[in-house]
Design a protein around this ligand. Structure first.
Ligand code: DAK
Length: 260
């Protein structure tokens, strides 16, 4: 498949999806979202892909937000359609069977910050900057930023970012728990790939169930969430990977997982 606004590469079980509109600092328009949806569908159904890394083209920006030029003449109905499209793609990422690492290589503003937040893990380059500047444009985040941000950093910091619209540097994003690691820009992709490799050495189904347990469990009351965890824990015992993992431990060798 050939796309205009994204690139998809795959090597050793790790896929890298790059938003590729560097002249517009990788801003998100509808076409980019449609292409991402196609790529994500393909990735979700590719058993060879164990981890996805999401990044932006160029050295300056991960994603500088929804495309303001594209949105500027929207009416209410188009605005709603665009918000629903963006939310659909971001939900696809959050619910992707494989873990998703955002390699944040610069600006992650507005829709870009929202895109990073729907990934499972965020690694930021030292020059990355995060923010939800929508209020400065007279709107609020439309891709679930008002919901995912407080779930990651707590209400107080989320409200500060959402109400001031201010940008924060990578180091501050790390302090408030918005990103997992901050690394030199030149090492960003290698560090993301190293983490992806580490994840892909584990039992693929166990990794998938762990992601599901966190994502779904956090939206339940704790008793239901623990029952849900117990169900997924039990399900692991029906997998070949669980047998292999435990046999390998007993036999003092490295496991050979099949993702089954
Ligand atoms: N959209 C479109 N083009 C953008 C862009 C964006 N978000 N950000 C940058 N660009 C373009 C610039 O227009 C410029 O294009 P040319 O003039 O060269 O053609 C090029 O990228 C380089 O940008 P700058 O010249 O501005 O570069 P600087 O280094 O000076 O500044 C910057 C970098 C990231 C600080 C600055 O570009 C900037 O402030 N960009 C806008 C950041 C922003 O406000 N992002 C949030 C966008 S709002 C909704 C759904 C979703 C949303 C809202 C509503 N519904 C439909 C309900 C979400 C909204 C957002 O994400």
């Amino acid at each position: 498949m050939s796309w205009e606004n994204i690139l998809l590469e795959k090597e050793d079980g790790i896929a890298v999806l790059t938003i590729n509109r560097p002249k517009a600092l990788n801003a998100l328009n509808a076409q980019t979202f449609y292409e991402m949806a196609e790529a994500l569908e393909k990735i979700a159904n590719d058993p060879e892909i164990k981890v996805l890394i999401l990044t932006g083209a160029g050295e300056k920006s991960f994603v500088a937000g929804a495309d303001i030029v594209y949105m500027k003449d929207f009416g209410g109905v188009e605005g709603r359609e665009f918000a629903l499209l963006g939310q659909r793609v971001m939900n696809m990422i959050e619910k992707l069977p494989q873990p998703v690492i955002a390699a944040v290589n610069g600006y992650a503003l507005g829709g870009g910050c929202e895109l990073a937040m729907c990934c499972d893990i965020r690694i930021a380059a030292e020059n990355a900057r995060f923010g939800q500047p929508e209020v400065a444009l007279g709107v609020i985040p439309g891709f679930a930023g008002t919901q995912r941000l407080p779930r990651l950093v707590g209400k107080a910091v989320a409200k500060e970012l959402l109400l001031t619209g201010e940008q924060i540097p990578a180091e501050r994003a790390w302090q408030v728990g918005l990103v997992n690691h901050v690394v030199p820009a030149s090492e960003l992709l290698a560090r993301a790939k190293a983490m992806a490799k580490r994840i892909s050495a584990n039992g693929q189904l166990a990794v998938k169930f762990a992601k599901e347990a966190v994502n779904n469990g956090l939206e339940m009351d704790v008793d239901r969430a623990m029952a849900y965890e117990a169900d997924l824990f039990g399900l692991c015992f029906s997998t070949a990977d669980r047998k292999e993992g435990m046999a390998a431990f007993v036999e003092k060798r490295k496991p050979q997982f099949q993702g089954k």
